[in-house]
Design a protein. Structure first.
Length: 180
């Protein structure tokens, strides 16, 4: 259960970098979200193309444009920030993960990394997920597949997919190379 809402989002430690009128659905009751710990929920998925093709009279029926798409379209946001976000993911309990809106910070990358070391990929044609097109799957020197495959990315790993054979070959290679 929820209702359509709008609010402003501020980026930084002051009110200098704020964007108003961001649309979202406020969730007030849901059995599916009961196990989540946190103080809020922002959908960070891409906005599917079909969203733009349908009339949006009732946000509870049609949803709202995605948070990231709203940021990218905001002139106020783009004057101070790049239309991107980045993640620092870790499994080290002493180092917390980090999400950065508006760019990236190399201090969260591999030590001694430079801007040229970052590999950028465009969103695939699948706008239902953050997905990229890959031309092969490789771990170290071992290649598992040399045919084009769509890779669906999810920072929380609640939803990650790979073709079954490629995934099985990758698990075996990880076990061989790392002993895990």
């Amino acid at each position: 259960m929820g209702h359509p809402s709008t609010d402003r989002a501020c980026f930084g430690n002051d009110d200098q970098h704020c964007i108003g009128d961001l649309s979202f659905i406020t969730v007030v009751k849901s059995a599916d979200l009961a196990s989540l710990r946190g103080s809020g929920l922002i959908g960070l998925g891409p906005t599917p193309e079909m969203y733009f093709d349908t009339p949006r009279k009732d946000p509870l029926q049609s949803g709202t444009e995605g948070f990231v798409a709203q940021l990218a379209q905001s002139a106020d946001y783009r004057k101070d920030f790049e239309p991107m976000f980045s993640f620092y993911l870790t499994n080290d309990e002493k180092s917390k993960g980090k999400m950065i809106f508006g760019g990236y910070d190399l201090k969260w990358a591999k030590p001694n990394s430079e801007k040229k070391d970052i590999f950028w990929m465009k969103q695939s044609g699948n706008t239902s997920y953050w997905a990229v097109n890959g031309d092969k799957v490789q771990l170290g020197a071992e290649t598992f597949s040399q045919k084009p495959q769509q890779l669906i990315l999810d920072n929380g790993m609640s939803f990650a997919m790979a073709p079954e054979k490629t995934f099985a070959d990758m698990v075996v290679a990880i076990q061989k190379q790392t002993g895990i």
